[in-house]
Write a protein that binds this ligand. Structure first.
Ligand code: SF4
Length: 189
């Protein structure tokens, strides 16, 4: 298997996504990078909502991301909050209009409709894409940004989720969020 056909499929799907974003009436005033930053911030945990984490996740330059975050702040879609334990650190939080916007666009209807039509195959597809992503991340040594429940530091203490890395309890809903510190179960050290 050369990967050409799969690569073509990814290219086609990502270009369809770009077209969909460009044509969506709710996204008319937002650039694609701003939409990506909003979607990430809506899905990441409280360790991962910093400007640096957004930059790492999107794989873009600090300057580009900084301009985009400034624009989102200007549009009233994100606010900065100082970290209570580290005054030099800033967290980015979505405002109520941004949360409404994300809820209206993600996941897009064309995707949920297609997945519903695929039935059990959609479940297999999600699992296989997850395996593919983890394999690429492991081979290329790129930042994890995985879901908390699949992290090797994820624990249960007193029946509650707990982070073995930060030694802090986690909110139950946080285990479904993206974390920049995530490490897969099969990663040593
Ligand atoms: S358990 Fe892993 S993914 Fe979850 S918060 Fe801790 S480091 Fe992040």
């Amino acid at each position: 298997m050369t990967g050409t056909a799969l690569f073509d499929l990814f290219e086609r799907l990502t270009s369809l996504m770009r077209v969909w974003n460009r044509q969506h009436p709710l996204l008319a005033d937002l650039q694609p990078i701003q939409v990506s930053a909003l979607l990430y911030l809506a899905r990441c945990n409280h360790y991962s909502n910093t400007p640096l984490a957004v930059t790492e996740y999107l794989g873009l330059t600090k300057g580009t991301v900084s301009q985009s975050l400034k624009a989102l702040e200007g549009k009233g879609l994100i606010v900065k909050a100082q970290d209570p334990r580290d005054k030099r650190s800033v967290h980015l939080e979505l405002t109520a209009p941004a949360l409404d916007l994300v809820a209206a666009i993600a996941p897009p209807a064309f995707l949920t409709e297609a997945l519903a039509q695929m039935g059990d195959q959609a479940v297999q597809l999600e699992r296989l894409f997850g395996t593919l992503l983890r394999t690429i991340q492991r081979n290329q040594d790129v930042p994890g940004f995985g879901l908390c429940h699949s992290c090797r530091f994820h624990e249960q203490r007193d029946g509650q989720p707990f982070c073995g890395l930060t030694q802090e309890p986690l909110a139950p809903a946080a285990i479904e969020l993206i974390c920049r510190e995530h490490q897969p179960l099969d990663k040593a050290g």
